[in-house]
Design a protein around this ligand. Sequence first.
Ligand code: AMP
Ligand code: GLY
Length: 422
Amino acid sequence: MKIMVVGGGGREHAIVKKLKESPRVGEIFVLPGNGGMTEDATPVAIGAKDLDGIVKFAVENKIDYAVVAPDDPLVLGCVDRLTEVGIPCFGPRANAAIIEGSKVFSKNLMKKYGIPTASYEVFESADDAYSYLESAPIPTVIKADGLALGKGVIIATTRAEALNAVQSIMEEGKFGASGNKIVIEEFLTGPEVSVLAFTDGTTVRPMVSSMDHKRACDGDTGLNTGGMGTVAPNPYYTPEIAAECMEKIFLPTVNAMKAEGREFRGCLYFGLMLTPCGPKVIEYNCRFGDPETQVVLPLLKSDLLEIMMATSSGRLSECEVEFSTDSCACVIMASRGYPEKYESGYPIDVPADIRPYVYVAGARLSDGKLVSAGGRVLGVTATASELSDALAIAYERVGKIGFDNAFYRKDIGQRALMAKKG
Ligand code: AMP
Ligand code: GLY
């Protein structure tokens, strides 16, 4: 089968590599992909938000199955457009992708259906938000309603910070129209867990749990990033908690979406916090997480293409979704300076023997050589029966990569190892 994957980062590289293991998969095109994927797929210079270009390419090239990975095209209706022209594809339609596209929608959904989450208020005017903040408990959490490149969440530890956040989002338009409405919510505490789940709108098949490391520097300090590393499984996510999440969060969410006439088919990402009052939803994403996918898919033993096709055609209950009991670790090699200003164009040398374990994100080919071209550049992974070994091997691989401008955290997985020790 001819496959098309929409997206261009490390997550898409992980999806491509897993799809390649399926006996039914032939050529894979990735739109736009990047220069580090050419051994696994054919990058095509069509942007992930260029829906007209994507649909035209898919029709002209007689694509048999499409996977739409990033949030933007999903929220814009890429799956609807491809479905209209008869191309089966993996991912939710726009009316279901709103679960990530609007925080106001997702918070109201959780309230209506009794799904545990932080208590909150919605504001459509800055003045109303300012007066609420006069007496709101601090710390407080301020979230832009719409997509904001993962930067739309501000944890305010003082009242002044909270007021500033409202001003920059609602009055100065920091996130454009995404900040026309905001959610102000209760500050929760506890370990965070990411759970990705396949769902066809009725059946839910959670994948192995994972732990992201969002802060730029060791010891969870520094600025928030797209994710500096991940481990799977997440040791805080015990079988008891998993059962509780299935009963109180996963199934109720999928059923709620169906009841609203917004059946969700695809990968639903649950960002959870294990609070002293039980697991609560911090955020939903309508897609695979990045860099969670880079540690989750290597542990998948079943055929990804078969699962995806069963998901998109409503047959997930008939499909086996099996994961290895091993652990997987991913260390992100970013450009020095990320998530702020950084330089690109540095040569990257990944030795051939470790290429199968390296997912390429921000890189391009220049005269046939790979050079850095983004903030997060590589996701270097390893799988082993013990997390400590997976981490040691991942860091050993990092040490073998030539990339002068690299910056990475040295403590990925340390918190997970401590949790395992109890
Ligand atoms: P982002 O990836 O920018 O959406 O960041 C969201 C991060 O903000 C989460 O991973 C949490 O660490 C934090 N966060 C979001 N909502 C809350 C909340 N209600 N209480 C505490 N932390 C939160
Ligand atoms: N790693 C978090 C996300 O994909 O949104």
